[in-house]
Design a protein around this ligand. Structure first.
Ligand SMILES: Nc1ncnc2c1ncn2[C@@H]1O[C@H](COP(=O)(O)OP(=O)(O)OP(=O)(O)O)[C@@H](O)[C@H]1O
Ligand SMILES: O=P(O)(O)OC[C@H]1O[C@H](OP(=O)(O)OP(=O)(O)O)[C@H](O)[C@@H]1O
Length: 367
């Protein structure tokens, strides 16, 4: 599919001709009447969008869920989130200073400050668009890349540290099936038929199960966890994050196919090499936001004779910055350390005689 075809399918309209009477506030997600002064400002700032205005722009795919913030009461009756990856992606775009105004009815919008357009798509559709080069850059789950069988066609350039979960084999806790081998040859329901199919092909092969005796994999688009209770499956293969859904459905995990998280992907062979420079720039910006979330800067004073021990504790990404202090034989050291280790690092520094140990959060960085 060419990028023009994507545009056509995504209801790209000139904003001046939109029939809707409201516009979504990109910060709160709530709709504002079109004649409200804030909405007027948003409309004025939004470039007019049509197929021509996408010409030559880098296309950046973002998982689309979450256009509308649901009422709180609805969140209790519906387990679906307004968009697990979507909300995090918005924070990432803001950190990378990719400005845009998204109309709540549109899945394509132009960046206000870069030669790029954001394309909001289901997470599971993003791998194949990027693999074909129709979209230059995308964010999606590592799991859906494997499910789409596009490894080799897309480069996973950056792990993003969110959207972490595992694809697990689950069976009723109180039932007779206790192991993978018990489940082999029976009925498995999943939204990941490729990965589940590959996995059980190997199990079947190992157990010598052939023809009608092989494990039967059946696809469903959602609510996978209901399949056992409905009598449709003996086991399921589904994503597990907190485990709440699995437990609520009376299931437990007997195996893990893979651990996954959100990743930034690019086409292994870009269709439009002229956009590589901008793709690199956006990649570096996103990497900077991720690193800023992952690292803190620790700064401390230490006597020069203890510097070797201190730099073993805080080696930095390349090397620590060491500056002489006015006091003889004392230096100030600053170094990036992983946020999750910062308390331990502070304890270790104090234990070897460091003083005035300070930790700073990073707003942003280039690494
Ligand atoms: N608890 C979770 N359940 C499902 N997916 C999760 C979870 N936590 C993280 N993810 C990641 O989010 C991806 C799904 O993204 P998103 O929530 O945008 O859904 P989607 O593609 O619209 O699909 P669906 O409608 O099936 O939820 C998964 O492929 C996985 O990588
Ligand atoms: O371990 P947990 O934190 O409970 O999350 C896992 C659940 O979330 C996903 O479903 P989703 O909310 O996308 O709904 P769906 O059944 O419609 O796919 C997934 O398919 C599990 O059912």
């Amino acid at each position: 599919m060419s990028s023009t075809a994507i545009v056509t399918q995504s209801r790209v309209l000139s904003l001046t001709s939109l029939p809707e009477a409201s516009i979504q506030n990109p910060l709160s997600g709530w709709n504002i009447p079109q004649d409200h002064p804030i909405a007027k400002t948003l409309f004025k700032e939004q470039p007019i969008m049509n197929a021509e205005s996408l010409e030559g722009r880098l296309l950046f795919a973002i998982p689309k869920k979450g256009g509308i913030v649901p009422f709180i009461s609805l969140m209790y009756v519906n387990k679906s989130h307004p968009g697990r990856l979507y909300e995090k992606c918005l924070a990432l775009l803001a950190g990378a200073d990719i400005q845009f105004r998204r109309h709540h009815r549109l899945d394509v919008c132009l960046s206000l400050n870069h030669n790029l357009a954001l394309i909001f798509l289901p997470a599971s559709d993003i791998p194949s668009f990027v693999a074909k080069g129709d979209i230059d850059l995308g964010i999606t789950g590592h799991d859906v890349i494997l499910e789409a069988k596009v490894q080799g066609l897309v480069d996973e350039v950056l792990r993003l540290g969110f959207g972490k979960c595992s694809l697990q084999i689950q069976v009723p806790e109180s039932g007779p099936i206790k192991t993978i081998d018990d489940l082999a040859g029976k009925r498995v329901v999943t939204s990941f038929e490729v990965l589940a199919g590959q996995y059980f092909d190997e199990v079947d092969e190992r157990l010598g199960l052939k023809g009608d005796n092989k494990t039967k994999i059946e696809y469903v688009g959602g609510s996978v966890e209901a399949a056992c209770a409905l009598g449709l499956a003996d086991g399921i293969v589904d994503l597990v994050e907190s485990g709440d859904t699995m437990r609520a459905a009376g299931l437990h995990a007997i195996g893990t196919l893979l651990d996954t998280e959100a990743v930034l992907i690019r086409a292994a062979t870009p269709k439009r090499p002229e956009l590589t420079q901008l793709t690199d720039l956006i990649t570096k910006r996103v990497a900077g936001v991720i690193a800023a979330e992952k690292y803190v800067v620790v700064q401390y004073n230490i006597s020069r004779d203890k510097l070797v021990s201190a730099t073993r504790i805080t080696p930095g990404r390349r090397a620590p910055t060491v500056s002489p202090l006015e006091e003889e034989n004392w230096v100030a050291v600053s170094s990036m350390v992983e946020k999750k280790n910062s308390a331990t690092v502070m304890d270790q520094l104090v234990a070897i005689g460091a003083e005035d140990v300070l930790v700073f959060n990073l707003d942003n960085c280039r690494v």
